[in-house]
Design a protein around this ligand. Structure first.
Ligand code: C2E
Ligand code: CA
Ligand code: CA
Ligand code: CA
Length: 280
């Protein structure tokens, strides 16, 4: 819709969004207005065990439910929200909303249910994230929910003193770290150790190689080998068919995620899903 075009324009023009009634709003003002109106909503996508197919967790994915344009995909506004810092209160709102919804359905969740949020590099420069994680975890009985933060490999973090301390504190309160989009960047073993990474999420582009030519399959096998040799649990995302699911199960990938199992859904749809999920 209109807003998508506007956001794309704003990305290109480095600043201003025109709204139809003639006032000019910066993307930041537009997003702050949306935040006050509760337009940023969490969608949630189930993650299943590669071992037995049971539900083990879920990833939270933000959507902007714009009052005129409808649902806006995160890649169209998350970069802008990061640039002006609004991603911080957006993530906080998501965490509060997800904590509220999950606590109403705790009895239907498997033990140590994993819930993951995506975070941007700027959220690693102070301790706000630590407080938000503490607030999230304090909603639940101890060890009932495993909170994971997903950090992309596309942009490597600088190991500043504050950033290192943040990850140490997160580790101390039991927050897990997943390296997202694994295979697309250049993280080293020391990088993984420095930031106390617990899980590697194999990027969707590798999963898409399954069933294609031999060279692509070798690339995929190489990435899976590397993940397994690093001794970290792996998650494969973007699984869209049976062949991909079978291939990854054979290679002992611990966790599986993709449209083949379930698409991202609203929290309301998720509570219905919990009632009908056959594996539970
Ligand atoms: P991501 O973290 O790699 O998230 C996975 C994306 O793949 C999601 O797109 C999801 O809907 C999509 N996906 C899941 N299963 C399949 C599948 O089987 N096939 C295909 N083709 N796609 C699948 P989405 O929701 O549009 O999110 C795009 C990106 O936006 C995310 O990539 C993440 O980097 C970012 N993002 C989403 N929510 C947040 C957030 O709350 N905070 C931050 N900082 N970034 C977010
Ligand atoms: Ca992710
Ligand atoms: Ca990813
Ligand atoms: Ca850790």
């Amino acid at each position: 819709g209109m807003m998508m075009v506007l956001v794309i324009l704003a990305l290109g023009m480095g600043g201003m969004v025109y709204v139809t009634w003639g006032r000019m709003l910066t993307p930041e003002m537009e997003m702050r207005r949306a935040l006050l109106r509760g337009e940023f909503v969490p969608f949630i996508q189930p993650i299943v065990s590669g071992h037995d197919g049971s539900l083990v967790g879920a990833e939270v994915l933000v959507r902007w439910n714009h009052y005129r344009s409808g649902m806006i995909r995160p890649d169209l506004f998350v970069p802008l929200a990061e640039e002006c810092g609004v991603i911080v209160p957006i993530t906080r709102e998501l965490m509060l909303e997800v904590a509220r919804e999950l606590s109403a359905h705790l009895d239907q969740l498997p033990p140590e249910f994993h819930i993951s949020f995506n975070i941007c590099p700027i959220q690693c420069h102070d301790f706000t994230l630590l407080e938000d994680c503490q607030t999230f975890l304090s909603t639940f009985p101890p060890d009932r929910i495993r909170l994971t933060l997903e950090l992309t490999e596309r942009v490597l973090l600088e190991p500043t003193e504050i950033t290192m301390l943040l990850f140490e504190r997160l580790d101390q309160i039991g927050v897990k770290i997943a390296l997202d989009d694994f295979g697309t960047g250049h993280s080293s073993l020391s990088y993984l150790q420095q930031f106390r990474v617990d899980y590697l999420k194999i990027d969707r582009c590798f999963v898409a190689m399954i069933g294609s030519d031999a060279l692509s399959r070798d690339i995929l096998d190489g990435t899976l080998d590397l993940a397994q040799r690093l001794g970290l649990k792996t998650v494969a995302e973007g699984i869209e068919n049976q062949e991909q699911a079978d291939f990854l199960r054979e290679r002992q990938v611990a966790y599986l995620q993709g449209f083949w199992f379930a698409k991202p859904m609203t929290m309301k749809e998720f509570s219905a899903y919990l009632r009908t999920a056959p594996e539970l």
